[in-house]
Design a protein around this ligand. Sequence first.
Ligand code: GLP
Length: 263
Amino acid sequence: MEVIITKDYDEMSKEAAKIIREQIVSKPNSVLGLATGGTPIGTYKELVRMHKEEGLDFCKVVTFNLDEYIGLPPSHDQSYYYFMWENLFKHVNINPENVHVPAGIIADFEAYCNWYEEEIKKAGGIDLQLLGIGGDGHIAFNEPGSSLTSRTRIVTLFEQTRKDNARFFKSIDEVPYFAITMGVGTIMEAKKILLIANGKKKAKVVAEFIEGPITSMITASVLQLHPNCTVVLDEEAASELKYAKEYRWMYENKNRIKDFQFK
Ligand code: GLP
């Protein structure tokens, strides 16, 4: 796992957007896995700027979102579909046919979840998956106790997650109880993972998932097993890491290998 520690939210967002830009430039028809929540808003803003000012081209990019609240129609201003269009899609030249956000209103849950998994496979798998992290260590909506090999399915949200996310709704009563989410196993199949986290509130869980044991109690901890995972943090979120100094040192020196010569 590569850990990059940046100064603040703004720098974290720029660093994450740079990694996504590299992915799109090196493979214009990249399949991106995308996340919602407060954390990626700055990253999406920076990607929009790169599109407008530098011509970053999304015309062949394909996207799959991680999750959606069950019961919210796409027009609901707290649906993840709405979030994605407001924060990214409507500002860039993405082909709407290439956008996939799981539906929140579904007749046959099982068939729909299988279909979503199949669509990811048909697209060739996810090249780069962007992730945030919940206060309890969840990725997407894989709450503590989720199987580390789980697939796309319907889950019940923890009460704390409903409370955490209530800040975006008019009241907690409006926060759905259920969600559709890619599973941990689905996420782990992405070729590259990029997890971002900021703020003091995430410091403890960030230290736990990077430096603690792998456990389904903190689903993000399974990322320790992923061969190509980058974590971009701000200083506050990195403040409880035991090896912060070493991560910085490794990051600052990583380009030296390019000049390395065998004598
Ligand atoms: C939700 C989402 C996650 C996200 C988490 C953290 O639970 N399902 O994908 O990572 O919130 O959100 P925030 O970035 O607002 O802290």
